[in-house]
Design a protein around this ligand. Sequence first.
Ligand code: PMP
Length: 293
Amino acid sequence: MEKFIFFNGRFVKEKNVKISVLNSSLHYGLSVFEGIKAFKTSKGTIIFRLKEHLKRLRSSAKIMGYSIPYSNKQLTKFVKLLLKKNNLDSAYIRPIVFFQGESIGLKKSKTNIALIAFNLKNFFKNTELKLMISSLTRYSKNKLFEFKVSGNYALSFLAKNKAIQKGFDDAIILNEKKQLTECSTENIFIVKNNTVFTPKTNAILSGITRDSIKKICKNLKIPFKEKNIPLKELFNVSEVFVSGTAAGILPVKQVNTKKYSMKKNNITKKIIQEYNTIIQAKNPKYSKWLEFV
Ligand code: PMP
C-alpha cells in the first residue's frame, strides 16, 4: 500500500514528497521533531500523551525559531487522519519541522512540517538490554540537549553505533562530571533501597515516558527521586531500566561487564506492568493520557 505523508498542509504520497537539497536543516541538523506512539487496544487505537508531545514539539520549535502554522487541535486532527489514511491501528508517529528551499545559509527561512507514521514492532530486538558506557560526553551546560533538535542526535548516533559494533544494545552517555545522563534515545533509571532514581533534567531530554514513570511511581507508592548519579553508583544497585517512546520501558541486564539479576528486579517489573495496563487502555486512572483516534 502506498504510504501517505502529511506535508505542509496536504496528504501526499510518499514518492511525491519533494524536498530541496537547499535545506539548511539537512546541512546543519536544525530540524526539530517528536516521536509519538499509537497503540491498538480493545477499545480502539489510542495515541499516548499526544498533548505532551505536541507541547514539547512547540518548545523545540520555539528555541530554533520555527513558527508552526497549525494549532494543537489541528495537528491532533492531522495525526488521526494520517493513521486512518495509512490504515494503521498502531504506529510510531514522527512529526518533523525544518527549513528548506531558500538557501543553505545559517539563516531562518520558511517553516516546513511533515507528519510520518509507520509500524514499529520492537525498537530493540532484545527485551533485556546490554548497555555500554560511551566514551562520548553530553556536557551538562548544553541546554540544547533539553530539546529534540536533530543536531543533538549526531552524538546519540555515534554512541549507539559504537555500542552495537561492540555487541551491546545501546550506550549510556555521561556528562563531564562522570554522572549518568541518558542513553541514545532513552532516559535511564536505577533502583536502590527500593527507591527509583533518575538523573535531573540538566542537559537531557525530559522524556514523556520518564514523566509517566514518575507519576506511576507516585500512584504505586514507590519512592522516586531525581538526582545527579555518579557512574560508580550504577555498579552498586539492584535494578537498572530505561524508558522512551519507541523502546517502551525495558530492564537492563548488563552494563559493560556488570550483570543485573532479571529475577530480582521487582520494582522495574511493577512499573512495566502498570505502564502496560495504561497503554492497553485498561487503567482508567490514566485515561487523560489517552487520545482516542
Ligand atoms: N532522551 C532522548 C535523547 C530521546 O531522544 C528520547 C526519545 N524521545 C528520550 C530520552 C525519551 O523520551 P520520551 O519518553 O519522551 O520518548
